[in-house]
Ligand binder design. Sequence first.
Ligand code: DGL
Length: 274
Amino acid sequence: MNSSNAPIGIFDSGIGGLTVLHAVQALLPHENFIYLGDTARLPYGTKSKDTVCQYAFRVTEFLSTQHIKLLVVACNTATAAALPELKAKYPQIPIIGVIEAGARAGAEKTQTKSVAILATEGTVRGMAYQNALELLDKNIKVTALPSPLFVTLAEVGWTSGKLVEDIIKEYLKPIISSIETEKIDTIILGCTHFPVLKKSIENVLGKDIHLVDSAELIAEEVSSVLEDAKLKNLNTSQGHVSYFVTDSPERFVAIGKIFTNRTLDENDVTLIDI
Ligand code: DGL
């Protein structure tokens, strides 16, 4: 049975989900967390739906053995590929994906009814954002650009500076030209790795384009699901995070700083084989 003292599970293919963890922790500081980065299988974004589903099942199976009270799939690719399947297989765990919140925020922000999505190939191919936006507002025009290179930039910690901005400018050329022709005013950062590049993307595109990062909305959703289920941790002390990775804990600690703005303690990171 779920208990309010149990941890919240959060997983991503790598370190990108730390942007979501960070936002949830800021809103719910008394909660305990288990974060799993499936670093051995990263990137998910270039893999097929079936493969990503298998990965998501393995990770969720492990997290369920840790008696989590709620799961956040902090990976857009895994949300796009596996969210309904995970919900069906683990009905006892409330499961929150990251796409609906991002789509909602995008739909609310756009004035021109023209939204672009930057995401992995898998997320774009899976049409999850396109479908979610269509459900919210049929009149919204959606332009999607697969941007796997941004995952690599984030994973190696290249997030700012002239070279990074030059790469972004070249890479986003198709979107930059569509901004004029399609009157795009809102771009959804549809990958949990991308918020660390937000400032650099903003420097390239200018402040008139809204860049949507859904982490805070996801945190609010977690809070309200816990509230409704009466599962909020009532302790008043600062919660704890345990980190699990499937490869290279040292790299996770080194790059994780960029995503959380704080030092990760190597003793809190455990290598697992799942
Ligand atoms: N974090 C993943 C996402 O949000 C991208 C990284 C990957 O390709 O595994 O889609």
